[in-house]
Design a protein around this ligand. Sequence first.
Ligand code: NDP
Length: 376
Amino acid sequence: MTDQNHPEPVDAPARPSGDRTIDFGAGGSAPFGGLSIVGDGAPEATPLAGGPSVAVADGAPVETKVLIIGSGPAGLTAAIYAARANLEPVVVAGSAPGGQLMLTSEIENFPGFPEGIDGPELMNRFRAQAERFGTRFYDLDVDRVDLSTRPFRVWARGQEFVGQSVILATGASALWLNLESEQRLRGRGVSACATCDGFFFRDKEIAVVGGGDSAMEEANYLTRFASKVHLLHRRDGFRASKIMIDRTYANPKIEVHPNTVVAEVLGDAFMDGLRLRDARDGSERTVPMEGLFIAIGHRPNTEVFRDWLETDEQGYLTAHEHTASRIAGVFIAGDVADHRYRQAITAAGDGARAAIDAERWLEAEGIAEHATQTAW
Ligand code: NDP
């Protein structure tokens, strides 16, 4: 439980922070790159529309024409399109469904929401729309795939899924600094999710690491709670967009510290300070600090597919023609293949493209009837 004065968790599993990071296993705890939550004891995120996931009843393989792995904007948009084409898609959504937007505060750039919308709420709506047209969801972690023969086979926590086509939409996960002290104090003051954990830092002095839009957005969001937010960036140029930089500098509760590297997170039961290094001269100083939010980018969740599909040097899947992978019948959508745009709207667009490509392929293979005159 949460002490009013401390962002709790004494033990990792009990942490209140909800620091949920979808992790398809790259170096994580999942055995085969299975989708898992990094950081135990995640609190209830905003409940997803449509109630609990479909239970796995008898262990028999779940068969579908379109098997979608991942439940962020790409996977759910693919589901909406495939469902409306009567392809009865199945989504293996992971045990922390909804993707990165579940960790996001207000989304201001998703068209159709002029007032902005919370990430979890947006994903609730995506999922409700997919369910409305008959998509079946399994909130399970994928741990193995076999793309060698058709139909393709996927396993998630012992349940087998069989898909005539597969859409891979597993997204990307937040990066960490990978300091021993950072990992030890995760959930004890260190977080990668301002939306989940900001509330616990009311009237506290905290820091955000990063120089991109995520860091700026999180810093601004956290000023709703914190008495002061220090933005720490390792150099003096920012990747963030001008509007976010301007907003950050204009916020009286944010102090920007360029050329500043986190050398160590200090604290025993809870974080209570930072050892900072000046990137220019290497000098160090220690500052009291009660919270640290890491917002330094993402890595693609592709571990489980790497034996089957090509990746680029950063590990992102590469599509060959439109959304098609080099394996006929396997399609790719969203951030799992995109380190350029990485937007909810572009991922959603990718999901639509992948569903259309999958349907056309199924038709060409004689697996699905041509019935999409009005589907799109
Ligand atoms: P970015 O890759 O854009 O930025 C990551 C930042 O973290 C960089 O400043 C980088 O520093 C820094 N960084 C990376 N690794 C480390 C490390 N080990 N130690 C310290 N600092 C590190 O990622 P974002 O998540 O910010 O943004 C991703 C995409 O999402 C962007 O396209 C962005 O525009 C978009 N986005 C849009 C939003 C909006 O429109 N409201 C909100 C959030 C994201 P360096 O610059 O030195 O490499």
